[in-house]
Design a protein around this ligand. Structure first.
Ligand SMILES: Cc1cc2nc3c(=O)[nH]c(=O)nc-3n(C[C@H](O)[C@H](O)[C@H](O)COP(=O)(O)OP(=O)(O)OC[C@H]3O[C@@H](n4cnc5c(N)ncnc54)[C@H](O)[C@@H]3O)c2cc1C
Length: 385
């Protein structure tokens, strides 16, 4: 706890991820005059990943899947610093920023996400297109899709990563390419999409959901290669560790991810995947003044997979505990749910639901269910737009 009602208390949020956007709305609804709130972000529009596949497939517009951080910060009376954080001096309590002076904090919270570990695949940085950060992905995807419409454009696409993100991106990409082929009269079968996975497809989902996914992939002509551990990517395609080669002119990467590398240059306690290790209160293990949430963090005593649902659920706990830092009182321990609902779109207005070891369901109604959940989430951040 810090001195109550300290007028100069600097509360700094780094990253406008799924948890921090809720802090901004919380502080907009119930301002805390005793602190100065600052949001540091490398992007003014933060993407909502739940709608990304729908956007790639052409079902949502760019603005429908982005949250306007400048507007949220204004509503929360927060100062906004548009610069990436690149370091941390915990002794002096400073956040180091790229192209801006160091920023003092009394309380700091990190919600900066993760990105695929491109360093693990030779040539991935140069020849692959990582689905995260989503902003950079979309920036590079649109020109790629535009070139696909050209006579000499890419025809063979590979998506690397057999988890939920890779599966959804493969479905979405396939749907979008289908539309391009139709619009430009390229003929059915103009494009080939292959989903490549080191293990089996969707290892974290139950058997019924996996069967449904595989049936839809096959039905849409998306080839699946599992047990293909990618060693390298070059302009001709991808190479597996066992020497197999898959020809592809475009390779999208949705593999296991790591926390941003700059965290590794700090003295924060980190898990092997680079995530910041926290207590159940979401405070860093060895530091009461620093919180870390979402994909870039792991609650050491109660780890969960990296998924937006967990980042979203941490919002109320983080909001309560940041207020406790300012006002005093007991910190709340976060209780993350065990089983969670996965909703995967299959390219059109159709989706597959999975939860726990047994439940799976699919259909157009499931899509409408997913669409409703996603639109409801986004509506919380778009009031007055
Ligand atoms: C294709 C795809 C589909 C997915 N679908 C789902 C789904 O349906 N359900 C689900 O639960 N999960 C889904 N996920 C996973 C989901 O994307 C993540 O779990 C979720 O985004 C994590 O939220 P976060 O708040 O930790 O980070 P992010 O949402 O990644 O937010 C991090 C923010 O921090 C900013 N930032 C990063 N570095 C810095 C820096 N140095 N300085 C300042 N700001 C910085 C970023 O610009 C970004 O705004 C999907 C992922 C992908 C790739």
């Amino acid at each position: 706890m810090v001195a109550a009602a300290d007028p100069a208390h600097e509360l700094v949020l780094v990253g406008g991820g799924h948890t921090h956007v809720q802090i901004l709305t919380d502080f907009a609804a119930r301002p805390m005059p005793s602190c100065r709130l600052t949001l540091v972000t490398d992007r003014l529009l933060t993407p909502y990943s739940g709608m990304l596949p729908g956007h790639v497939a052409g079902l949502y517009r760019h603005e429908e899947m982005h949250i306007d951080l400048a507007r949220l910060a204004q509503a929360a009376r927060a100062r906004l610093i548009h610069a990436p954080a690149e370091g941390l001096d915990r002794r002096e309590k400073l956040v180091c920023l790229e192209g801006a002076p160091p920023l003092p904090y009394d309380t700091l919270s990190l919600d900066i996400g993760i990105t695929p570990d491109l360093g693990a695949i030779a040539g991935a940085e140069r020849h692959g297109l990582a689905v995260k950060p989503i902003g950079s992905f979309l920036h590079r995807l649109e020109p790629l899709l535009a070139s696909a419409a050209q006579p000499d454009g890419p025809r063979r696409f590979a998506v690397v990563g057999g988890g939920a993100a890779g599966i959804e991106i493969a479905f979405a990409l396939n749907a979008r390419l289908h539309g391009i082929a139709e619009a430009h009269r390229l003929g059915a079968g103009a494009f080939a999409v292959t989903l490549v996975s080191g293990e089996e497809i969707a290892p974290s989902l139950n058997e019924g959901a996996r069967r449904r996914i595989l049936a839809h992939l096959a039905g849409k002509g998306i080839a699946v290669i599992s047990g293909f551990r990618v060693a390298g990517i070059d302009p001709a395609g991808i190479r597996a560790q066992d020497g197999r080669v898959l020809a592809a002119e475009a390779v999208l990467i949705a593999t296991a991810a790591r926390a941003p590398s700059w965290l590794g240059r700090t003295d924060l306690p980190l898990a092997p995947d680079g995530s910041v290790r926290t207590r159940r209160t979401l405070q860093v293990l060895d530091d009461e003044a620093v919180f870390a949430v979402g994909d870039c963090a792991v609650v050491t005593a109660d780890p969960r997979p990296k998924a937006g649902v967990f980042a979203v659920r941490q919002g109320p706990t983080l909001a309560a505990n940041l207020r406790t830092r300012l006002r005093g009182g007991a910190m709340r321990e976060h209780a993350a749910q065990r089983a969670y609902l996965t909703l995967l779109m299959t390219g059109g207005r159709h989706a597959i639901a999975a939860r726990g070891r047994w439940f799976s369901l699919e259909g157009r109604l499931v899509w409408h269910w997913k669409d409703l959940i996603d639109r409801r989430f986004m509506a919380r951040f778009s009031a007055g737009r």
